[in-house]
Design a protein around this ligand. Structure first.
Ligand SMILES: Cc1cc2nc3c(=O)[nH]c(=O)nc-3n(C[C@H](O)[C@H](O)[C@H](O)COP(=O)(O)OP(=O)(O)OC[C@H]3O[C@@H](n4cnc5c(N)ncnc54)[C@H](O)[C@@H]3O)c2cc1C
Length: 395
């Protein structure tokens, strides 16, 4: 089977009029300088231009495609969301700067926010006039998220926050942060999930300090965030005070979805480019490198078929997000490692730009198996929920 044939195994078909609508919009609005901008390890690249592009997307109603019509969205079916992400990725449109807001906070507020919170935040989320970051992880709480120690107490009509978050992606450009904080002490013998609250906190105030963290790639996409008597209004708690765990988990459930399909089209482009580089370098004739390239093509086809099938399933298996995360992170790390071997192949004629691109992906992809739930945690979930093995020491 040719690479092309493999690639066409699982196209999302139907709704050609809708597909043409997004294709036409992209053809009219996507300028060459924006193609391929941003992405893994390049989150700060052409940021102002990508923000302007996100606002154009928003004005055309694309950023809130999945939101219900009653909340200013287009109420698109899952199939249409997948088509949008396919076409977006296929056109090499820039990596989105609004994803934390439009795909995580917006849907959370639609599901669990008060009408006042929805009126206050949804329009500016939809128009990408306000950017958001996610304040969950702390130096002592990552996988064990219920261990957060950032505290918030009421002072009149405001919450006052003290504590530290870490690895906060895009905090340096965010206007708002959704923060998981402890608002009442953990009680011995009770679940530590109780007493946590989900607060919406303005970033641009004297009590908030953002310090960039330099990553392996040399760039700083995430940060430490310090709250020193930072303030937010009493009514900017989502869900009831003390019951923020449920809200925090709802947000995480929105993190992955139809966009996964677009990500896999980006993977296909990476693979195509690596095959082209391997041909140029003569590495495509090397039996071991050829085998690994072919395996990458097969594994990507399996990943894509699995994703499309389970996205469309009425009730996908409960551990499915864990399986997909394990599969795609392993795939991308393997591709990046393969790219290093192709670059190292004797006589490689890679340009400086090609070397930079693949090295950056190699370095950044080390993080893939950490963020969004580490591989060890995902394997623990599969062990418990798929295999029915006894629960480990995860609390
Ligand atoms: C690029 C990147 C961006 C991020 N962006 C954000 C963000 O915007 N907002 C945010 O809040 N956080 C963010 N994070 C943080 C991320 O969510 C955490 O790094 C992740 O949850 C792991 O937590 P930790 O780093 O504290 O590691 P730990 O939880 O301390 O884990 C350390 C090691 O122990 C393993 N381990 C832990 N518990 C278990 C267990 N029960 N069983 C087996 N193994 C275990 C882990 O797999 C890991 O290998 C980001 C991280 C990265 C890398």
């Amino acid at each position: 089977m040719s690479l092309r044939a493999l690639r066409e195994v699982t196209p999302v078909s139907g709704d050609e009029a809708f597909r043409n609508e997004i294709r036409d919009w992209l053809a009219a609005n996507l300028t060459d300088d924006l193609r391929g901008a941003g992405g893994p390890g390049r989150e700060n690249e052409a940021f102002a231009q990508r923000l302007a592009f996100a606002r154009r997307l928003a004005a055309a109603g694309w950023t809130t495609l999945a939101w219900p019509v009653g909340h200013g969205g287009r109420g698109a079916s899952l199939a249409r969301q997948v088509i949008f992400h396919e076409e977006y990725a296929r056109s090499a449109a820039p990596s989105r700067v609004d994803h934390i807001g439009t795909t995580m906070v917006g849907p959370t507020l639609i599901e669990l926010g008060t009408p006042e919170q929805q009126q206050r935040f949804l329009p500016r989320l939809a128009s990408v006039d306000e950017l958001w970051c996610q304040g969950y992880s702390e130096p002592g709480a990552g996988s064990d998220l219920a261990g957060v120690t950032t505290r918030a107490r009421l002072d009149g009509d405001q919450w006052v926050l003290t504590g530290q978050k870490v690895w906060t992606s895009l905090a340096h450009v965010a206007d708002w942060c959704f923060v998981l904080a402890r608002t009442s002490p953990a009680v011995e013998g009770e679940s530590r999930h109780r007493g946590l609250s989900y607060l919406l906190v303005p970033m641009r105030q004297p009590g908030v300090t953002v310090r960039p963290i330099r990553q392996l790639t040399g760039d700083s996409e995430f940060n430490e965030v310090f709250f020193d008597d930072a303030r937010t209004d009493r009514d900017l708690v989502v869900g009831k005070p003390g019951e923020g765990w449920r809200v925090a988990m709802a947000t995480l459930a929105y993190e992955r979805g139809a966009a996964t399909v677009g990500q896999q089209i980006g993977f296909q482009r990476d693979l195509d480019d690596l095959v082209a580089l391997a041909r140029k370098a003569g590495a495509a004739a090397d039996p071991l490198l050829r085998t690994r390239l072919a395996r990458a093509a097969v594994d990507l086809t399996v990943l894509r078929s699995h994703t499309v099938r389970t996205l469309a399933a009425p009730s996908p298996p409960p551990a499915n997000p864990s399986v997909v995360k394990l599969l795609w992170t392993r795939w991308r790390q393997a591709l990046a490692e393969l790219a290093m071997d192709v670059l190292a192949f004797q006589g490689s004629e890679a340009t400086a730009d090609e070397v930079e691109r693949w090295q950056r992906l190699f370095l950044f992809s080390r993080a893939d198996t950490i963020y969004g739930g580490s591989s060890e945690i995902q394997r623990g979930i599969v062990a418990e929920r798929v295999l029915g093995l006894p629960r480990g020491d995860r609390r």
